[in-house]
Ligand binder design. Structure first.
Ligand code: SAM
Length: 333
């Protein structure tokens, strides 16, 4: 085994693993999935919980210190509370991993408290609009009240601050950025806006049409006094204090201000493929290794090979860029 941190050829030390617990989802957001859904991964190809925890244990042993659970919709995994408890109990050279989750919140009224007790530290919820009709069009499900109930349940269970994520889309919800911040500030949540990335099912993404960080800040700047918060480390969001604070707003400008230079993230798909980037064209097949009886040293070597192959940047906008073959729901956002 090569000792030392999980570093790539550009000196980036990897600390963060995003695990997709399932590719299934209870919503059909237009920018993520087609109306009819996508062909789901076949059951036997999905990692079982022992397999998933073993991969995470090896990663934590290599210095990973943050695990974010995502999907699809992670709360659709029937044993999600058990998964959290088992991941939170792992230990490695950088201590126990911090476990967080990105969710649509629909199952949080039932699960927020058990998840917190199991060791979940932080919750991010996708909320693209506060308008019920718009929400129904955008997600193809009339579930805004249920989403808001889930967000409130997360706060009531003690998650603080609950972060809210909105993908900003021209002519869809770009007129709502100020209202979303007002809503978040009023409830003690933290609002974060995401530049739309070329991951849509129809491959219709157009950089010229995309709502940029600069536009988002221009709109917000007319309603609030924004003061930049300094060093963001490896975090994807750049943040600003809203008026006199303490509320902040973040923008994840993956396209116009990519943060690949400080990226410390790896992704594990629900079917056991390790990816060094959302936009990677190659994957490392940990599932087959596991099922062929690989020992931990072989899994560690596979982690290192994946990290060693990481490119300098995601390449969006560069000649020859192609969207990943898998949809976002199958990679894990
Ligand atoms: N179902 C969960 C949820 O709704 O948050 C987790 C999975 S979802 C794929 C994770 C995040 O990816 C969400 O915040 C979503 O808005 C974001 N996302 C999906 N497609 C995107 C795209 N094309 N560009 C930017 N963000 C996207």
């Amino acid at each position: 085994m090569t000792p030392g941190p999980l570093a790539d050829g550009f000196g980036r030390e990897h600390r963060d693993l995003r695990i997709s617990l399932t590719d299934r989802c209870s919503l059909r957001c237009t920018y993520c999935m087609p109306a009819e859904g996508v062909p789901w991964l076949p059951g036997p190809s999905m990692l079982g919980t022992d397999e998933l925890v073993r991969i995470a244990r090896v990663g934590v042993g290599l210095g990973l210190s943050e695990i974010r659970l995502t999907g699809g919709e992670p709360l659709l995994r029937p044993d999600v509370v058990d998964v959290v408890a088992r991941l939170a109990a792992l230990d490695g050279p950088n201590g126990r991993p911090e476990i967080s989750m990105t969710t649509n919140a629909l199952r949080l009224p039932a699960l927020a408290s058990p998840l917190r007790e199991a060791g979940l530290a932080r919750v991010n919820v996708s909320l693209d609009t506060l308008d019920r009709d718009r929400f129904a069009r955008l997600t193809r499900r009339d579930r805004l009240p249920a989403t808001l109930a889930g967000i409130a349940a997360a706060a009531a269970a003690g998650f603080a601050p609950v972060k809210l994520n909105a993908v900003v889309m021209r002519g869809v919800n770009d007129d709502e950025v100020v209202d979303l911040v007002r809503f978040a500030v009023a409830h003690g949540y933290e609002m974060r806006f995401i530049e739309q990335m070329p991951l849509d099912p129809g491959h219709t993404w157009d950089r010229g049409e995309m709502v940029t960080q600069a536009e988002i800040l221009e709109r917000l700047g007319k309603a609030f006094r924004l003061t930049e918060v300094g060093d963001r480390g490896a975090a994807p969001a750049e943040r600003w204090v809203v008026d006199d604070g303490p509320a902040t707003v973040g923008v994840i400008a993956s396209v116009t201000a990519p943060f690949c230079g400080s990226c410390d993230r790896l992704r594990l798909t629900a079917d056991g493929q390790l990816r060094s980037c959302l936009f990677a064209r190659t994957e490392t097949d940990l599932r087959t290794l596991l099922r062929e009886g690989a020992d931990d040293a072989a899994l560690e070597a596979a982690f290192r090979t994946c990290v060693a192959g990481k490119k300098a940047g995601h390449g969006i906008g560069e000649p020859g860029f192609r969207q990943p073959d898998r949809p976002m729901s199958a990679i894990g956002g």
